[in-house]
Design a protein around this ligand. Structure first.
Ligand code: ADP
Ligand code: MG
Length: 302
C-alpha cells in the first residue's frame, strides 16, 4: 500500500516509528508535511499539491498526526484526501471533536461515561456560582484546546480560582472548570485504543510537587493492568468521539474511573517504552485490515 503520515515534524519519535513500521511491512511510506500541502478544490478531480509544485499521487491510507495548533488547516487537508477516496485512520470531524475538551465532555456525558464534575460559563458574573457547582475549591481550570498539561491549572482556594478564571476570560481564552480529583494523587491512566480495543495502557505518575501526570511535564509511565470496566470505558470514549486510534486519559476516583480527555494523536514514545509493545505496528496492521475489507466489499458490490 501507499501510506502517508500527515504530520509536521519527521524527526518526532512517533512519526519515525510509524514510517519504520509501515516500511517493515512492505508499504510505500511517504511523510507529508501538513504545512507544505495546498489544495485544488474541484468537483471531480480534487488535488493536493506539495510545495514546489508536485501533485501528490493518491494514497491508499492516511495516518493523520496533526498538532493541535494546526487543526483547522490540517483537517481541511485531511478532507481533501478523503475526497480522493483515501482511507483515513482518524477522520477530520472526530479530530476536531477531540481537540475541544468541552465538546468531548459533552459527548462522553451523552453516553453516560463518567467524567469529573465540569462547568462552563461565559460571564464573570457566573464565576462564583460555577465554582460552587463543581464542588468549590480546590478546582482545576483548563484551556479547552490545551495539550501536554500546559493549559491545566490547579486553583487551591476560591479566591485564586476566581482570579485565574477571570484572568483567562479577560484574555478571551475558552476554559472549563472541573472538580479536582484529589484522591488520584497525580496518577492517571493512558489507555491506547486501536480499532475497538485497548492495545496498551500505562499508568503515569506526576513528577514531585506536580498534580499533572503528563510525560511532557516530567511524569513517568509504567506498565499497568487496567480493569475490565476501565477498558470498556476507554473503548466507549473512543467510539463516541469517533476516533479509531486515540489515547484516552482516565483518573481513578473514589467513585470509579473518570475520563479526562481523548487524544487524537497520542504520543508513542512513552507508551511503547513503558509496555514494550509495537504500537506503531499495530496501527499499520489496523490499516491493512480496514483497507483490505474496503477493497473486498468493493469487489462484492461490483
Ligand atoms: N479534574 C482533575 N483532577 C485531578 N487531576 C487532573 C484533573 N484534570 C486533569 N488532571 C491531571 O492533569 C493532567 C492533564 O489534564 P488533561 O485534561 O489530560 O489535559 P492535557 O490535554 O493538557 O493533557 C491529567 O493527565 C491529570 O494528571
Ligand atoms: Mg491529557
Amino acid at each position: 500500500m501507499r501510506i502517508a503520515v500527515l504530520a509536521t515534524d519527521p524527526d518526532l519519535y512517533s512519526n519515525k516509528r510509524l514510517m519504520e513500521a509501515g516500511e517493515q511491512r512492505g508499504h510505500e511510506m511517504v511523510f507529508v508535511s501538513v504545512r507544505n500541502c495546498y489544495m485544488d478544490i474541484t468537483a471531480n478531480k480534487p488535488e493536493i499539491h506539495y510545495r514546489g509544485g508536485e501533485v501528490l499521487k493518491k494514497f491508499d491510507a492516511i495516518i493523520p498526526r496533526i498538532r493541535p495548533s494546526l487543526t483547522f488547516y490540517g483537517t481541511a487537508v485531511l478532507r481533501q484526501f478523503e475526497m480522493q477516496g483515501s482511507y483515513l485512520l482518524n477522520g477530520p470531524i472526530s479530530i476536531g471533536r477531540a481537540q475541544d475538551k468541552l465538546r468531548t465532555m459533552q459527548l462522553l456525558c451523552s453516553k453516560n461515561i463518567a467524567i469529573p464534575r465540569t462547568g462552563f460559563a461565559n460571564s464573570p458574573l457566573d464565576t462564583k456560582d460555577m465554582i460552587k457547582t463543581v464542588g468549590g475549591a480546590p478546582i482545576v481550570i483548563k484551556l479547552l484546546e490545551g495539550t501536554q498539561g500546559k493549559g491545566v491549572v490547579l486553583a487551591e482556594t476560591e479566591k485564586a480560582a476566581e482570579s485565574v478564571i477571570n484572568a483567562f476570560k479577560s484574555l478571551k481564552a475558552n476554559i472549563l472548570v472541573q472538580e479536582f480529583v484529589k484522591e488520584s494523587k497525580g496518577v492517571d491512566l493512558r489507555c491506547f485504543v486501536v480499532g475497538d480495543k485497548v492495545v496498551a495502557s500505562m499508568e503515569r505518575r506526576a513528577a514531585k510537587g506536580e498534580f499533572r501526570a503528563n510525560i511532557h511535564l516530567g511524569g513517568t509511565g509504567y506498565k499497568v493492568k487496567i480493569t475490565p470496566q476501565e477498558r470498556k470505558i476507554a473503548v466507549a470514549a473512543a467510539k463516541v468521539v469517533g476516533l479509531k486510534v486515540c489515547g484516552v486519559d482516565i483518573i481513578r476516583s473514589n467513585h470509579g474511573p473518570l475520563v479526562l480527555e481523548v487524544n487524537a494523536s497520542p504520543g508513542l514514545e512513552g507508551v511503547e517504552n513503558a509496555t514494550e509493545k509495537d504500537i506503531a505496528g499495530m496501527m499499520i496492521e489496523h490499516i491493512e485490515a480496514q483497507v483490505g475489507k474496503k477493497k473486498k466489499s468493493k469487489k462484492v458490490d461490483s
